[in-house]
Ligand binder design. Sequence first.
Ligand code: DI6
Ligand code: FE
Length: 358
Amino acid sequence: MTPGLIDCHTHLVYGGNRVEEFEKRLCGVSYEDIARTGGGIQSTVQATRAATHEELHTSAAIRAKRLMAEGVTTIEVKSGYGLELRAERRLLEVARDLGTELPVSIKKTFLGLHALPREFAADRQDFVNQVSGPWLETLAAAGLVDAVDAFCENIAFSLAETEILLQAAKQLGLPAHVHAGQLSDMGAAELAAKCGALSADHLEYLSAAGCRSLAAAGTVAVLLPTAYFTLRQTTPPPVARLREAGVALAIATDCNPGSSPCTSILLALNMACTLFGLTPEEALSGATRQAARALGRLDDIGTLEVGKRADIALWRIERPAELCYGMGANPCVGVVHRGKLRGSQPTPPRTPPAHSPR
Ligand code: DI6
Ligand code: FE
């Protein structure tokens, strides 16, 4: 028995897929080049805008159920593939609806700064201001925003642009996450720490100073090994340094169509060990206690303690490390979400059979 697993970084709701880019990358085209030439996030934005509400909902529910089958009881879901107010709202509504329809808890993150949409190509500043002003206010007022996020990267948004969104969120009392150091070190981890963000995510490129700022601020490092694997990156996050500095390490799938088409938290745990050198205990803690911390919910979930919510995963294993050891196996044999055994039917009244069997 473990705490229900927590996937604290996903982009679960989107239209289409990016299998053609997968094939292109295998022929040597880089993720950055695909993004710069209008593919990447932009292509998912087109597919997401074109999709019906029904299509978005159905495909996201399938992905959610795959995560849930592996003992996941809480999923963080980011918007970011709409990039216009109406389309962002739709993504967050689908995320919210999944949480009411399925026995899983959903945390909704407004990833307003993910990519610059084409219609704002000539006016970056206006886009950042819209996102951080009226869009955020509208979505937050509709109860659709638990936190904000920004992709702070050379192919996406600058430190200054990211800070505008983070400050606006702070004004509304909303916590933040930051996509930091996935492809380059721009100082995004320092910014996340400075703004008191709950987490800085990716962190393949992280300086010693960045690491110290995360430690000092208590910002969680969310590591995403399946994205690192998919992009065939070769510089892992500085795990030894993060550990030494006392930074909490969380692990998540980053489930998204481009850099991590992954719906297996157990595979993420496996790769956290094999690719990043975490111990199985650290990896497991990364998808429970530390993931709860990354969502600002350690008071409520992430450990099995009296007074916390009864989110529990049941496994047919002999040692906890087996959860990290296997690839493609799913030893989950039961899940309790909010105290209720998932899939359990109300107990039927005990009436004796009319004719006793022979
Ligand atoms: N970093 C990621 O890994 C995802 N978003 C982000 O900011 C992937 C985005 C994508 O390629 O669709
Ligand atoms: Fe991401």
